[in-house]
Design a binder for this molecule. Sequence first.
Ligand code: 13P
Ligand code: SF4
Length: 351
Amino acid sequence: MALDSEKLLKNASPREQVRRYLNKIPIRSQNPKSDEADTLKQLRDLLEDKNVSLIAHYYTNPAIQSLAEETGGIVSDSLEMARFGQRAESQVLIIAGVAFMGETAKIISPCKRILMPSAYATCSLDIGCPANQFEAFCDDNPDRTVVVYANTSAAVKARADWVVTSRIAVEVIDFLDSRGEKILWAPDRYLGSYVQRETGADMLLWDGSCVVHEEFKVQGVLNMLNIYPDAAILVHPESPKGVVDLADFVGSTSQLISAAREMPNPQLIVATDRGILYKMQQAVPDKQLLMAPTAGNGATCISCGDCPWMAMNTMEGLLDCLTSEKNEVHVDPLIADKAMVALNRMLDFKK
Ligand code: 13P
Ligand code: SF4
């Protein structure tokens, strides 16, 4: 499956590349409600007949999340998606998520076929970190251990010593720091600076960001707290520092759901993609969930708590990839072999 970063102008800055990409993405399509029940039945039967595992991220359409669960697949954060894909018995996996998740599944399970509902679902962090520019950054800093976030292309992972997800980023950097290693971190500068503050490690950061989390605003969260003074604030660490500083809990998507369960507060203000509300509300049926505001000073509302690429995982796309086996993920074996080394460190870390 072709990723689009190469199509972007090579000399543009990471931010400019993301902006240009966002201008090009197609308008999302929504399945008409009346068709949904029929489509769901068809999907359920196909998954079972073809023995395909559906692995979905929390940010995807709730219908896809519930289908994954009821057919023996999984809904999880990006770390567990990778682990589940590796141990799944099915030889065909559908990854309902974004490109890096499909590539990771292919790299760690090279003999399985990996399909995706959309060939265009990528991530602003992946787009904003083209492999050629990243390699030059690494070459300029040869004394640093290269740690990349999972939200990167296979080629970027191939240049890394470690891959991490938000669930284990702090622990891995703490471990490397305790060995006296200096870190080169890419691509999310918000997550990178959060990890730096938590660990005190010496980290050099790439200038990338998530267009969804970057939009959360301190003033908006404070205004909401004025209205709901008993609310707890749950924040994904891809959010800006000011928002992270207000948080009662910071963590990966699955950690946020666990925290929602443990918090005694009657209301929870949630700063991450709104897709998470589906599983979070199931976990805490008696609590009121409130999306953190993205409006306010400096707001562009490019995505507003709604990842445009995750939204490309539609029921039609899923049906299409199950019936015509479309959008198969392929990774150059030479790149995959190199990326596997850094990915294995992630998968083996505190197994
Ligand atoms: P998680 O690893 O927390 O699921 O995050 C993935 C992601 O893309 C968040 O924007
Ligand atoms: Fe990437 Fe942000 Fe979408 Fe996650 S929410 S996939 S980091 S653009």
